[in-house]
Design a protein around this ligand. Structure first.
Ligand SMILES: NC(=O)C1=CN([C@@H]2O[C@H](COP(=O)(O)OP(=O)(O)OC[C@H]3O[C@@H](n4cnc5c(N)ncnc54)[C@H](OP(=O)(O)O)[C@@H]3O)[C@@H](O)[C@H]2O)C=CC1
Ligand SMILES: CC(=O)N[C@@H](CCC(=O)OP(=O)(O)O)C(=O)O
Length: 346
C-alpha cells in the first residue's frame, strides 16, 4: 500500500484527489490537511464523499506528522508549496506538487510571471515535469513531480508530436482555450460568482496568462528552438472542462493521414489519449470526470491551416487524475490503476 498525505485537501483539486484515491486499490490515505477545517469531518465539507471517507481534517505539522507517509500530494495555492516540498524531500518522502511552483525551470522566469522569488531552487532543479505520456521514463525515477497546469496539459499533448517531428515551422502558435469555472478553485473570487459566470463567456489575461512560460518551455524543448504561443484563455459557464483550439500553418502541405500517422506513433498505446476519427472533434462532456485527453484535427485546405482541438477535464487530466497517473508510474503500478473511469454522459 502507498501511504499518501494530502496538503490542501479541502480545495477542489484536493477533493478530486480524494474522490479518485478512495477507489484506488493500492493507496491508503493517511492525512487530510486543512487550515480552515481542522478537526471537522471531511465528508461535511464534501458531501459526495460520504461513506467513502470517514476522517477528520488535521492541520499538519511538517516536522512531526510525516512519519507514516510514502508520498505527499501538495494541492496548495501557488507560492505555498516550496517550504513543505523541501521538508518532505528532506525526510525522504516523494512529492507530487500540483501548483505551478516547480514547473518553470528558470527561477527568474518564475519570479517574473508569479511575482515572487523562488525559495527552493535546488528542488526546482531536480523536479520532473509530470506530463505522464511524454516524460514517463523520468517520472519513474523522480522524487519530486511538478504536475502540469491544466491549460498547458491540453495544449502540449496535441502539439508535442508535431513539434518533435518538425512539422511545425511557426515561431508563434495561436491557441484559444475555454475553461470551466472550477479552474479558478474553491476560494471565492469574481471568476466563480454565479451571477457573473452564468450565461457569460469572457476572455481574460490576454497576452499575459501565467501559463504562457510553462507552455513555451515545453514546446520549445520539443522543437529544440524557441517557440512562442499567442494564448487566450476564456472563462465559460461550465463547472469542469477545458477545450483548446490550436492553429498552425501547414507549411509542409501534409494531408490528414500524414498527421494521423504521427499521432499514432506517439500515442497509439497511451490509454488516456483518444484520437478521434476524421471530422470528429472533441467536446468537454465526453471527458467529464475522467482522465482522458481527446484530440481531433482537420486541415483547412483553403487557408492551408492545421486546426487541432483537444478536450480534458481540468480537475482530472488537468490536475488530480494526471497526478495519480504519475504516482502510478513512480510506484511501478499500472498507469490507469484507479483511473479507469467512464466519463459521465449526458
Ligand atoms: N482548479 C484547477 O482546475 C486546477 C488547479 N491547480 C492547482 O492546484 C492547486 C490547488 O488548486 P484548487 O484546489 O483549485 O484551489 P482551491 O482554492 O480550491 O484550494 C486551495 C486550498 O489550499 C488551502 N490553503 C492552505 N493555505 C492557504 C492559503 N494561505 N491561502 C489559500 N488557501 C490555502 C485551502 O484549504 P484550507 O483553508 O482548508 O487549508 C484551500 O482549500 C493550486 O496551486 C492550483 O493552481 C492545478 C491544475 C488545475
Ligand atoms: C478558470 C481559471 O481561472 N483557471 C486558472 C487556471 C487553472 C489553474 O488552477 O492553473 P494551474 O493549472 O496552474 O494550477 C487561471 O486562469 O489561472
Amino acid at each position: 500500500m502507498i501511504r499518501v498525505g494530502i496538503l490542501g485537501a479541502t480545495g477542489f483539486v484536493g477533493a478530486e484527489l480524494i474522490r479518485l484515491l478512495v477507489n484506488h486499490p493500492g493507496v491508503e490515505i493517511t492525512f487530510l490537511d486543512s487550515r480552515s477545517y481542522k478537526d471537522i469531518d471531511y465528508s461535511t465539507v464534501y458531501p459526495n464523499l460520504r461513506t467513502y471517507i470517514n476522517a477528520k481534517c488535521i492541520s499538519v505539522d511538517l516536522d512531526s506528522d510525516l512519519d507514516n507517509v510514502d508520498l505527499i500530494f501538495c494541492a496548495l495555492p501557488h507560492g505555498l508549496s516550496q517550504e513543505p516540498v523541501k521538508k518532505a524531500l528532506e525526510k525522504g518522502i516523494k512529492v507530487i506538487d500540483l501548483s505551478a511552483d516547480f514547473r518553470i525551470k528558470d527561477a527568474d522566469v518564475y519570479a517574473d510571471w508569479y511575482g515572487v522569488e523562488h525559495k527552493a531552487k535546488d528542488d526546482l532543479e531536480s523536479a520532473i515535469y509530470g506530463l505522464s505520456e511524454i516524460y514517463s521514463q523520468d517520472i519513474k525515477e523522480a522524487n519530486l513531480i511538478a504536475n502540469p497546469g491544466c491549460y498547458p496539459t491540453s495544449i502540449i499533448i496535441p502539439l508535442y508530436p508535431l513539434l518533435k517531428e518538425n512539422v511545425i515551422k511557426d515561431d508563434v502558435i495561436i491557441v484559444d482555450s475555454k475553461s470551466g469555472v472550477s479552474g479558478a478553485g474553491r476560494t471565492p473570487s469574481e471568476a466563480n460568482l454565479y451571477a457573473l459566470c452564468n450565461e457569460n463567456i469572457k476572455a481574460y489575461s490576454l497576452g499575459k496568462h501565467r501559463h504562457t512560460p510553462e507552455i513555451e518551455q515545453e514546446l520549445s524543448a520539443a522543437a529544440t528552438r524557441q517557440v512562442m504561443v499567442q494564448f487566450t484563455p476564456h472563462l465559460t459557464p461550465m463547472t469542469r472542462g477545458i477545450l483548446s483550439t490550436i492553429y498552425i500553418k501547414n507549411t509542409k502541405y501534409l494531408d490528414y493521414d500524414d498527421i494521423k500517422s504521427i499521432y499514432e506513433d506517439y500515442y497509439k498505446d497511451k490509454f488516456f489519449i483518444r484520437m478521434l476519427n476524421n471530422n470528429e472533434f472533441p467536446q468537454t462532456k465526453a471527458v467529464y470526470g475522467s482522465n482522458f485527453c481527446d484530440i481531433g484535427f482537420t486541415i483547412d485546405k483553403r487557408t492551408n491551416t492545421i486546426i487541432i482541438v483537444s478536450a480534458i477535464d481540468n480537475l482530472v487530466k488537468g490536475a488530480a487524475g494526471q497526478a495519480i497517473q504519475n504516482m502510478n508510474i513512480m510506484f511501478g503500478l499500472k498507469e490507469n490503476e484507479g483511473l479507469n473511469i467512464v466519463p459521465i454522459w449526458p
